[in-house]
Structures are given as structure tokens and as C-alpha cells.
Design a protein around this ligand. Structure first.
Ligand code: PLP
Length: 388
């Protein structure tokens, strides 16, 4: 059968993820040191795993409320009030989702009419543009630059706004650059969103992973912003819980209600054992989260120093667990550089172009990898750069 005519055209038009292509190559090789996958190298802290086991032991194998366990939503509201300094009502302004991934998807589907424009800053997480397209929106990328620390400058945002602009997607700290936005930039962005009546979808999944003692600030906490912001967060990164597939959205009740409609008919609810594990993470997981963050901090400092020493200029990212060195001096495209590094030294890092055209000339190295491997990877990368 010819399946080309069977696949919806807006889905057929979505390109495959550049990361996936690259990792298909990596999978076929032995002994690769991977700085590729954006996932903690830590196993989920034991007390959190135990909470999931205990949930099963107690025979908790059922559906939960569509919104998620009320006990978990209450814990989320408490955590968000203290960490992000924004108050939400657990009973109607919090929705537990299957990862931030689901939350992004249903938020966009709940907000967009066909052809509505969604602005996002790029380089960015690979799912943003496809998620917008799958929700029949028009993806409008605003390029950020190394010179601006990959933050979104209000003047660049202003230039991208049109009468069809409906949503602004933000992600600070950013995957793949580790960028954070200054308070001044956030205030400028907020002002524009109010002026142009934009809804903000802010993915703050890396918000606990801020370094140098700097406190994370959410755009939702700025004056006038809570009412127009959907705050997305989850457990995958800071609590090393990627496999639990748990995230959440906090937003004004009518928006949560609209997202809930899609969630209840497509997902029904997040798995109950993951919800119980997440509750344990919120109630008792902060010390282990801080220990992991401190370890990432050391690794970030090591990587930035080494990369700059051997000539790959690298800004110091304020958060997440990625560095984004500039490889333009080598004269290679980011794909050629990554392929060359893999074949010569068996080190995998993702070409910056996988995160949008403005990622070209850069490489994403994830430092959620053990220190020994990081040291070896840097020695190998130095040797590779020396051959170019
Ligand atoms: N948002 C960003 C910016 C990410 O980097 C990732 C995963 O890499 C996700 C969302 C997906 O998160 P989750 O595991 O909660 O679906």
C-alpha cells in the first residue's frame, strides 16, 4: 500500500528529529562516551523509588482523578508557591500530566486556532516547533545569539510580534544552551506580552538547576503575568525521574479546564505510582536534588574551563546541564564536527543545528555524565580539535 496519502499532511511535513538521526548512528557503535542524551546520569533517589514500590505494594493500581491525586496537587501548589513565588489553587489551577511533554502538547492544542502564531526563542528544545505544527499553529522562531548569552532580548521579540501572534513559549534555563534570562529581559518580555495580549507558555523544567547561587525567577511571578501564563514544570530533570513520566501545568482555571478536556480524553491521568513517587520527591527530595545540582555545577565549571582552554569558545551557562561551545573556528559545520568527533574519538555530542538553524556552528554537550567520562571526553575532543 502507498502510505504517503494515508498520513495527515501536517504530520508528514514534520522533519525527523536531528537528535534521533544522530543517535541511530551512535547506537551502532561500541564504547561511545555520550554527552548526547539530555538525561541525568543519576538513578532516581532511593526513597523516591521506594515510594513507587510501596504504592504498588499497597495495590494502588487504579486511575486517579483526571487532574491528578489531590494530595500531589496540594504538594505541587505548596512547592510552586515557595519555589516560584506564585500561588495556585490545588483544586482547580494545577493539572498533573505525563511529563512536561504532554503539558506542552495539550497547552498548545487548548490555545491555538489554525494559523495562530506561536513565538519561541531558538536554539530550542526539539519538540517545540513540531508541537506547534501538530496543534495547527504557525511556528515563529526568534534567533538568539551567543553575544546575548542565548537569552531572548525584548527588542527581538517585539520585531516578531504580529496581529496573529497568540502565544509566546519560553524555556529558561534553556535546552540546549543552558541560557538564563536576566530579570531585566524578563520584565521587558512581560511588558510586551501584556501590551500585545499574548499568553505565555513557560517551560521551567530546569529551574532548580541554577548555578552560582542565583535564584530562579519565573515570568509567572512578575506583576500582571500570572493571569496570562501557563507554568510548566516536572520531575524528570531535577529529581532524576525521566522514566516516571511526570509533569504538571499551573495556570488560571479556564485554561486548566481546557487542557483537562484534552488530557481526559487522550491520557485520562498520569500513572498512580509515578504520582506517589512525585509526592515523595516534593515532600522529602530536596536534599538529594541539591546534591545532584552541586555535582552538575562542578561538572559545568570543569567543561567550560577545558573547552575554552583548547580553543572552543564557550559561554558559561547559568543553568540546566548543557554547555554549547562555539565550533565555528574549526571551519566545520556542526554536523560534520559531531560526525568527525564520533568516528575519530568515539565521543557523541549533538550538532547545534538539531535545535534549529541558529544552533548551527555550535555543539550541545550534556554534562549529566560521570566525571571520569567527562574528563576522557574532553581529552579526546582536544585531540580531535588539534587535528582540524
Ligand atoms: N522541556 C525541555 C526543555 C526538555 O529539555 C525536555 C526533555 O529533555 C522536556 C521538556 C521533556 O520533559 P519530560 O520528561 O517532563 O516530558
Amino acid at each position: 500500500m502507498d502510505y504517503t496519502s494515508k498520513i495527515a499532511s501536517h504530520v508528514a511535513g514534520i522533519p525527523r528529529s536531528g537528535i534521533r538521526d544522530f543517535f541511530e548512528l551512535v547506537q551502532g557503535r561500541e564504547g561511545v562516551i555520550s554527552l548526547g542524551v539530555g538525561e541525568p546520569d543519576f538513578v532516581t533517589p532511593w526513597h523516591i523509588r521506594e515510594a513507587a514500590i510501596y504504592s504498588l505494594e499497597k495495590g494502588q493500581t487504579t486511575y486517579t482523578s483526571n487532574l491528578g491525586l489531590l494530595s500531589l496537587r496540594k504538594a505541587i501548589a505548596k512547592y510552586v508557591a515557595s519555589f516560584f513565588e506564585v500561588e495556585y489553587e490545588a483544586s482547580k489551577e494545577v493539572l498533573v500530566t505525563v511529563g512536561v511533554s504532554e503539558a506542552i502538547d495539550i497547552a498548545l492544542r487548548a490555545l491555538l486556532n489554525p494559523g495562530d502564531e506561536v513565538i519561541y526563542h531558538e536554539p530550542c528544545y526539539v519538540s517545540y516547533s513540531p508541537s506547534i505544527v501538530m496543534a495547527y499553529g504557525k511556528a515563529v522562531a526568534v534567533e538568539t545569539s551567543k553575544e546575548d548569552g542565548f537569552s531572548l532580548k525584548p527588542e527581538k521579540l517585539a520585531a516578531a510580534i504580529t496581529p496573529r501572534s497568540r502565544v509566546l513559549m519560553l524555556n529558561f534555563p534553556t535546552n540546549p544552551t543552558g541560557a538564563v534570562a536576566s530579570n531585566e529581559d524578563l520584565e521587558g518580555i512581560a511588558k510586551l506580552c501584556i501590551e500585545h495580549d499574548l499568553i505565555v507558555l513557560t517551560d521551567e523544567i530546569y529551574s532548580e538547576l541554577r548555578y552560582d547561587g542565583v535564584k530562579h525567577v519565573s515570568i509567572a511571578s512578575l506583576p500582571g503575568m500570572k493571569e496570562r501564563t501557563i507554568l510548566l514544570h516536572g520531575f524528570s530533570k531535577a529529581f532524576a525521574m525521566t522514566g516516571f513520566r511526570l509533569g504538571y501545568a499551573c495556570a488560571p482555571q479556564p485554561i486548566i479546564e481546557a487542557m483537562m478536556k484534552i488530557h481526559q480524553y487522550s491520557m485520562l491521568c498520569a500513572p498512580i505510582m509515578s504520582q506517589n513517587a512525585a509526592l515523595e520527591a516534593l515532600e522529602n527530595g530536596t536534599p538529594s536534588m541539591i546534591a545532584m545540582r552541586d555535582s552538575y555545577h562542578q561538572r559545568r565549571d570543569f567543561l567550560v574551563k577545558r573547552l575554552n582552554e583548547f580553543g572552543l569558545s564557550c559561554h558559561t551557562p547559568g543553568g540546566a546541564f548543557y554547555v554549547f561551545p562555539d565550533i565555528r573556528t574549526t571551519g566545520k559545520s556542526s554536523k560534520d564536527f559531531a560526525m568527525g568527533l564520533l568516528s575519530a574519538e568515539n565521543v557523541a555530542a549533538v550538532p547545534g543545528s538539531a535545535f534549529g538553524p541558529s544552533g548551527e556552528g555550535f555543539l550541545r554537550c550534556c554534562y549529566a555524565t560521570g566525571f571520569d567520562d567527562l574528563k576522557l571526553a574532553m581529552d579526546k575532543m582536544e585531540r580531535f580539535v588539534g587535528t582540524l
